[in-house]
Design a binder for this molecule. Structure first.
Ligand SMILES: [Zn+2]
Length: 260
């Protein structure tokens, strides 16, 4: 081992203040002699020691320095020396700084995930609230239409005798509400569509809302803004159509009610 190699191995312990007096003065003499390699190594070792004191994430030592610290420990172990030149606290500090850097990255990721989840559930809650407000407004309007004495009652008898009669209530300002029970469920991808048949001769049926009965067979069709006023409508009709709706009826009406 050359003189330089011998001193090079003392740089880290020197920076850590763990050399004995004899080794220290020999190394200082070598440094004073102007070995630039050792001077550079000492700068790096001192920087690390200073950084480790603050346990800053950037204190993660370079691979070279880590390698040298490990070498030192292995050499100590081989030589059977129990008083390592690298004090235990420095290993604790290296481990802590590595953990801190790791934890910081992990924590940032966790925070991102938490923020995304919070945003998602806030959006879902808002959507749900909007939906409930919509349902409430509809239910209130339905109740008003069904109870207001100005509403006109229109019965819609079925075309088949085994089907129930539907009942419509039409309020000139609040709209039209059609209800029924025990309504047979249309096939999948098909729905019931309401048509307004105008009084004027030759006018085509005006398409209105689409609806499928509830699974229990109840039916509540609400038309807030019918496409035509009550006094221009001769009859209401309901047909079964493809779920997207039709511009004109494609099947004979299942229910028809005359507006008096
Ligand atoms: Zn040297």
């Amino acid at each position: 081992m050359s003189e330089h190699d011998k001193f090079r191995e003392l740089i880290e312990p020197y920076a850590l203040g763990s050399l004995d007096a004899g080794e220290r003065s020999e190394l200082e003499a070598h440094l004073r002699a102007g070995c630039s390699d050792c001077a550079k190594a000492l700068d790096e070792a001192r920087w690390l020691v200073a950084q480790l004191a603050y346990l800053a994430p950037e204190a993660v030592p370079s691979e070279i320095l880590k390698g040298r610290l490990l070498q030192q420990v292995r050499a100590d172990a081989r030589s059977g020396r129990h008083s390592s030149r690298i004090p235990l606290w420095i290993w604790g500090a290296v481990a802590a700084s590595l953990l801190f850097a790791f934890y910081t990255a992990w924590d940032a990721r966790q925070t991102q995930v938490a923020i995304r989840k919070a945003n998602e559930s806030a959006a879902a809650a808002l959507e749900q609230q909007k939906h409930l407000r919509g349902e409430l407004a509809l239910a209130r309007r339905e109740a008003m239409i069904l109870t207001d004495p100005k509403s006109v009652k229109i019965l819609l008898p079925p075309s088949a005798s085994n089907m129930p009669v539907l009942e419509a209530m039409w309020h000139e300002k609040m709209g039209l509400c059609i209800t029924g029970r025990n309504i047979p469920m249309p096939p999948p991808n098909r729905a019931l569509q309401l048509w307004l048949i105008p009084k004027s001769a030759g006018a085509k049926p005006m398409p209105s809302v689409m609806l499928r009965p509830e699974p229990d067979g109840t039916f509540m069709m609400m038309v807030s803004n019918p496409p035509e006023g009550m006094h221009n409508v001769k009859a209401l009709a309901i047909t079964e159509e493809p779920a997207g709706g039709s511009p004109q009826p494609t099947s004979p009406p299942l229910w028809v009610g005359t507006v008096s």
